[in-house]
Design a protein around this ligand. Structure first.
Ligand code: FES
Length: 208
């Protein structure tokens, strides 16, 4: 993957690792991310104690991957993955930082991050339920599963419950249509689901 040199740079770049408190700088970026994460809490095992030691750049894990890949634009997905592992989701500030480091337009980075359902652009809950709404799953009534989850957990698709326990997302075809309707709950595949089975699975996860 490579962006042409002539493409516009539509990003306001963030200074790397300065701890600056200027409005567009790393300090402000870190503060905003911490506030967003605090709303729902960090996911278990994600982003804890990795890049947040005192005095360290919040992007230290991302920087390690960038250096290992020699700042190659082809490494964009790997870098996004490292950022999500660190922060639990990809904020605009994080994507802006990555865009600057790889000399890519922010729109390019955003386009890749939003294309893959693996990447979260918002803070996620403790448990994540991704309901496939591709054609095969849709015709097998995946919409009923989403509606049942929305009703039971008082949450809209694409959002997280008020207690931060469960995020319900709609995703594109997960590539295994023979298992429709298919749901991925906390990285585990649940094939040929019904509203009843998914309600039970989600309740077990949340209450577990
Ligand atoms: S449409 Fe759901 S897996 Fe393909």
């Amino acid at each position: 993957m490579c962006a042409g040199d002539g493409q516009s740079r539509d990003v306001e770049y963030i200074k790397q690792g300065t701890g600056s408190t200027d409005a567009g700088g790393t300090g402000a970026a870190l503060k905003r991310e911490a506030e967003e994460r605090a709303k729902v809490g960090a996911r278990p095992g994600v982003g804890r104690g990795t890049a947040r030691e005192a005095g360290e750049s919040p992007y230290i894990q991302v920087d390690r991957v960038l250096k290992r890949c020699q700042y190659s634009q082809d490494a964009l997905i790997e870098v996004l993955h490292a950022a999500q592992e660190t922060f639990g989701f990809l904020s605009e500030d994080t994507m802006t930082y990555i865009a600057h480091q790889l000399k890519l337009p922010l729109s390019w980075v955003y386009g890749v991050a939003s294309f893959y359902h693996h990447f979260n652009l918002k803070p996620q809950g403790e448990h994540i339920c991704n309901v496939c709404m591709g054609t095969a799953c849709f015709v097998k009534r995946a919409g009923d599963i989403v509606e049942a989850l929305e009703r039971e957990f008082h949450v809209k698709a694409g959002e997280t419950t008020a207690d931060g326990k469960l995020s319900v997302n709609i995703v594109r075809c997960l590539g295994n249509c023979g298992l429709a309707p298919m749901v991925i709950l906390d990285c585990k595949v649940h094939a040929r689901q019904t509203p009843e089975t998914m309600l039970r699975n989600c309740k077990e996860a949340v209450e577990g």
